[in-house]
Write a protein that binds this ligand. Structure first.
Ligand code: MG
Length: 377
């Protein structure tokens, strides 16, 4: 096991922290109550910036870094790790997450297993701020899993053998670069392509000149006309595309219902929904939902969303942001229960500070570690 002190030393992220590093006990007190007299939860966080290996381009623009914030909840010698990732289009930033997390005081809670109570306290601090909230929820899940010495997939009753293949994103670029990136991605069983520009057909045919691997497409609201969207989907259907994510703008809910009724491919809502209470809004207009911890506020909400979507007969996909292995591995704990996974955010960066999820032969492979399954890299 790697102690927090080593994590601090290695990453330098928490340098200068006023909090004393608690000693990490290897002990497990499974079966016992977890309210330890005199024990308090400590909470700490630090901003960080993940660097992309390649420039990331989608319909909304390009970028080379993503701001994240790492969190730690300490309790009785154990540390739970969490992360907030803030892609610009969701409106959170280092400044907003820091401001939010400065208000978090977990010392008032005696038992980290009171997740409902702690989450509603976090929720009441301020509306929105889903990434900030997710960073606390993830750390809390990591901590409680460690206290039980079990990974969350196990606590939820999932078989880790049921994890799906993850898609791997091929970024929009010149045909030569796209061909090269596609060849480099030969270990993946499903590719993801960002569409919604005037190069859509060129992107697909370029990839198809290299491989027949199934493709899922994410339009990021890029198609404004439903007839055009339907024509594109029919064309994509002839090119071994498996589903279409967020083809039209969020507001175009009636157009989406029209499109989904006629589409030969499943349609998936991403930007059109945030958390559990939004599923009713997209039900009937889309075939499925894309759940992301940074949108819904964490693992607990994500788990609830899977149950709700299944009860409504909807498809479920789990996605991520550009973020470290911390948040991606947390999301992966839920992946045995979904139809599709898009868990490549950590693969796209070159300064990861955690070790967790592995992709083996294209398949999401969960670490055999308690909690969310990560250790500082
Ligand atoms: Mg998307």
């Amino acid at each position: 096991m790697i102690s927090r002190r080593n994590f601090l030393k290695k990453t330098g992220l928490f340098a200068g922290s006023a909090l004393a590093a608690p000693a990490l006990a290897g002990s497990v007190y499974a079966g016992a109550g977890h309210t330890k007299p005199g024990k308090r939860m400590t909470f700490d966080f630090r901003p960080y910036e993940v660097r992309l290996k390649h420039v990331f381009t989608l319909a909304a623009g390009s970028r080379t870094t993503t701001p994240v914030v790492f969190t730690e909840i300490g309790y009785d010698g154990h540390i739970g790790y969490g992360e907030a990732s803030m892609p610009p289009y969701l409106g959170e930033s280092h400044a907003t997450v820091t401001r939010f997390l400065e208000n978090v005081d977990l010392s008032q809670f005696r038992d980290p297993f009171h997740i409902e109570e702690i989450n509603s306290y976090i929720d009441d601090i301020a509306p929105g701020n889903y990434a900030a909230k997710a960073s606390v929820d993830i750390a809390l899940h990591d901590l409680t899993g460690k206290l039980l010495n079990q990974p969350w997939y196990r606590l939820w009753g999932y078989n880790p053998a049921d994890t799906p293949n993850t898609s791997y994103t091929i970024g929009i670029d010149t045909p030569d670069v796209v061909r090269e990136k596609t060849r480099e991605a030969s270990m993946y069983r499903i590719l993801k392509v960002k569409l919604g520009l005037d190069t859509d057909r060129e992107m697909i045919t370029t990839i198809r000149s290299v491989t027949d691997t199934p493709i899922c497409v994410d339009v990021n609201q890029g198609w404004k006309d439903r007839e055009f969207a339907l024509e594109m989907i029919h064309w994509l259907n002839e090119h071994n595309v498996v589903f279409v994510e967020q083809p039209m703008p969020v507001e175009a809910i009636d157009d989406m219902a029209w499109l989904t009724e006629r589409s030969p491919l499943p349609t998936i809502a991403d930007e059109a929904l945030q958390g559990p209470s939004d599923i009713g809004k997209v039900h009937g207009a889309y075939d499925g939902i894309n759940i992301k911890l940074m949108k819904c506020g964490g693992m607990r909400a994500a788990h609830q969303m899977i149950s709700t979507a299944r009860a409504l007969g909807m498809k479920v996909m789990i996605g991520c942001m550009i973020e470290s292995s911390c948040a991606v591995t947390a999301a992966a704990q839920l992946s045995p229960a979904v139809d599709w996974a898009d868990l490549d955010g950590n693969l796209l960066i070159n300064n990861d500070v955690f070790d967790g999820i592995k992709i083996i032969d294209g398949k999401v492979t969960l670490p055999e570690r308690p909690g969310i399954g990560v250790v500082p890299a």
